[in-house]
Design a protein around this ligand. Sequence first.
Ligand SMILES: Cc1cc2nc3c(=O)[nH]c(=O)nc-3n(C[C@H](O)[C@H](O)[C@H](O)COP(=O)(O)OP(=O)(O)OC[C@H]3O[C@@H](n4cnc5c(N)ncnc54)[C@H](O)[C@@H]3O)c2cc1C
Length: 486
Amino acid sequence: MAAAGLSACAANTDPEPTPKPAAPSTATPLPVAPTTSAATAAPSPQPTLAVRNATIAAPTSTQSPDVIIIGAGIAGLAAAQKLMQRGERVLVLEARDRIGGRLWTSNKWADAPMDLGASWIHGVQGNPITALAKQIGAKMARTSYDAAIGYGPDGKPLTDAQEAVIERYDKAIRQALRTAQKQDPDQSVKAVIEKALNVTKLPADAQRAVSFVLNGKLEQEYGGSVAELSAHWYDDSAEFDGEDELFLAGYGAIATHLAKNVPIETKTQVRRIEWKRGEASVTTDGKTYRAEKVLLTLPLGVLKRGAVAFAPALPAQKQKAIEALKMGVLNKCYLRFPKVFWESKYDWMEYVSPKAGEWVEWVSFARPTGLPILLGFNAADAGRAIEALSDEKIVASAMQTLRTIFGRNIPDPTDFQITRWNADPFAGGSYSFNPVGAVPEMREHLAKPVDETLFFAGEATSRKYFGTVHGAYLSGIRAADEILAV
Ligand SMILES: Cc1cc2nc3c(=O)[nH]c(=O)nc-3n(C[C@H](O)[C@H](O)[C@H](O)COP(=O)(O)OP(=O)(O)OC[C@H]3O[C@@H](n4cnc5c(N)ncnc54)[C@H](O)[C@@H]3O)c2cc1C
């Protein structure tokens, strides 16, 4: 997920983070004491694996594995690691030529590893990923929503009056959604807000403020368009307390750590799964693998596109969940410049864009890394639209916004890195969200094992922490426990 909050511009009443330590590395899995957001129910203690160098069971070339795990993202790797530590023979099949899935650190810039998927540990306090980061001694950098500046449509820093308008609509939106959450039937966030605020009758600056708040606070975080996000359930998730922290050497280090000793076949796309109780076969383009149990960590977007065939078909309840839940989009555009031309004391820059949702949120890497790098986000509808453009057009569009803010004379970027998560055949979007027509129980339906033979993990199966790395990780541990309990 990206940012949840606007801070310079609109008062953020969402719970704000504060840092904390993580548990030390030991030889056995250890629970990390949780601390929770005031806004959410207290989560139970979160497990973090202690990854060891010891030799652990892996299937030999003549043996069938006990468990086939599909997907070497964080959910699959966490499950593999836990199962192997308990003596199970596992084999991970991964379609891409790399591990990590939506954890993907690019090393295109040798001095600046950039995360094209997840960047932040959201809420470091009690977060199991914080403990893993400590295990590997990862260098972290804190970014703060307090270090933020907002710019108006004309590119000038927001005036007090403009900030007051944004703050007023931010409160009104929050209030309207709270009221809608107590009323049936469920509606989209957009429908609720248009009605409650009579948006079409508002003056242009107020309409822009509404669009800015809806995009910055909801679409950037959940990835779904406000026209689709469920007013009842869009925010039905829990959070960890503490600041957000970036991995200076890239989030991919966590995947590499969890992959230690795990047998993984990359470039191995699963096409078909046949199963009956106690027996499953998994077919790729050239091979069929057999095991008593299969753990699927396929992203919701892959399941929705029907890219893997099941025989017999998955239970109706699971199919309904796959159909109803949706994948959101968050795309990144990193721009590297010859020098820093913006104020490097700010982590976040926010733009009240005249074009709804376009280039609203920016992160500066000048403070965390000392390098002249900016990251622009596009989410939901704007995220989908930007993907359809060529790289050159995306960079030109980003530069138009930056020139509106910083002037015509700023230099062109020397290089860029761009994501297209919706088009990605092995993700089908960035992360899942709760649209109108879905209810949170559907995530439990998605997670539910079938006939003690098919097991399911991945961020979309986490009712509490969907859309996050920690949600995916914990789902992998949960699925491993389910397998071990059979
Ligand atoms: C742009 C972006 C920014 C994000 N920012 C953050 C953030 O800052 N903080 C945060 O906590 N979360 C963030 N997230 C969300 C987080 O990255 C995901 O929730 C998490 O990584 C999902 O892990 P997973 O194991 O469930 O799925 P994945 O990582 O997608 O793993 C599934 C694996 O299955 C593989 N696969 C797919 N199809 C097949 C097939 N047919 N056969 C074999 N293998 C297959 C895929 O290649 C993939 O490796 C972000 C995501 C994106 C895209």
